[in-house]
Ligand binder design. Structure first.
Ligand code: 13P
Length: 340
């Protein structure tokens, strides 16, 4: 008998752990590798991910890993499937199933995420390959005039259809409506972000309800409420307070948990914000991280594409993972960064 969705979600939200988003598409990982001057080939992508999944830090701090299709099918250099490395570390393998965002017809400057056609069959295959949760990201652009009601509704409907298909397949959906902090023009205020986040989350939960998605068997992956990259910087306390406030006013308490994206925040900001939320604001759900850039940037740089740097890459990853683990229980402190 397959594992209950609620039990998988509970493992993903294990206390003091969070999710490693390592699901960069081939195009995105190439951009990351370009920053360290490394070539992006199937083997170098495998080597980089093998370095992360074999790190000791996985056992202590990581509850799940989001993979890209290629990685889910790859094996380590010694022939062990990468999925097995993740399971051995006690983490749940997951899979990005959306096919990326494309311009939305009739809505200049807005996009829609594709990938619903054939999704039922793909999910069944991913289940066989070992995935027990999935991710779909809706992209919401923000400015004085965006997003439009129509674009938000269409992205929410796609998220809801995806989530229902996941649950049918015995896979926990991570529902990710991302309001872009690092998009253009990026001059929006934190209060504009609050207003848009509130509208988007209300619309998403409305559609999830109509699609009969079980809230106990899903995880929400939201943005934090934060200024655009080109705007004034709100204090860390303000980000934490406004983020928990908007979540409490829109997310039903039956939702299994919330795991944030980092979205272009610096490593330390992403950690500090999460820690303050857990320390000061008594959230109604487990609140943890599902970071890509904010968990990997230091490790990628320390590795630099060279086999002799694997231990250094793993040490950098361990530090960041430990800081975020502390944040997931509200216990991170700035001097722990300095000490390292
Ligand atoms: P970032 O944490 O780098 O935003 O990535 C998380 C993710 O999975 C975005 O879809």
């Amino acid at each position: 008998m397959s594992e209950r969705l609620e039990d998988i979600a509970a493992r993903m939200m294990a206390s003091g752990k969070g999710i490693l988003a390592a699901d960069e598409s081939t195009g995105t990982i190439k951009k990351r590798f370009d920053t360290i001057g490394a070539e992006s080939t199937a083997d170098t992508r495998r080597d980089y991910r093998e370095m992360l999944f074999r790190a000791d830090a996985m056992k202590d701090y990581i509850s799940g890993v989001i993979l890209y299709d290629e990685t889910l099918r790859q094996s380590a250099k010694d022939g062990t499937p990468l999925v097995e490395l993740i399971k051995t570390a006690g983490a749940v393998p997951g899979i990005k199933v959306d096919a990326g965002s494309k311009p939305l017809a009739g809505f200049p400057g807005e996009s829609i995420t594709e990938g619903l056609d054939g999704l039922r069959e793909r999910l069944n295959e991913y289940y066989e390959l070992g995935a027990r949760f999935a991710k779909w990201r809706g992209v919401i652009n923000i400015s004085d005039v965006l997003p439009t009601r129509g674009a938000v509704r269409q992205n929410a409907q796609a998220l809801a259809r995806y989530a229902a298909l996941c649950q049918e397949a015995g896979i926990v959906p991570i529902v990710e409506p991302e309001i872009m902090m690092d998009g253009e023009p990026g001059d929006h205020s934190i209060d504009r972000c609050y207003e848009v986040t509130e509208f988007v989350l209300n619309t998403v939960f409305d559609e999830l309800y109509d699609a009969r998605v079980s809230l106990e068997g899903m995880v929400l992956k939201p943005n934090m409420v934060i200024d655009g990259k080109n705007a004034r910087k709100a204090s860390r306390e303000e980000v934490a307070e406004k983020t928990v406030r908007v979540l409490k006013s829109t997310v039903p308490s039956a939702v299994a948990g919330i795991a944030f994206l980092s979205g272009g925040q610096s490593d330390e900001e992403a950690t500090a914000h999460l820690s303050l939320m857990n320390e000061l604001h008594n959230p109604s759900w487990p609140l943890t991280f599902s970071y890509g850039r904010a968990l990997q940037a230091a490790a990628l740089k320390a590795w630099g594409g060279k086999a002799e740097n694997v231990a250094a890459g793993q040490a950098a990853f361990a530090h960041r993972a430990r800081m975020n683990s502390l944040a997931a229980t509200g216990q991170w402190k700035l001097d722990l960064e300095k000490a390292a």
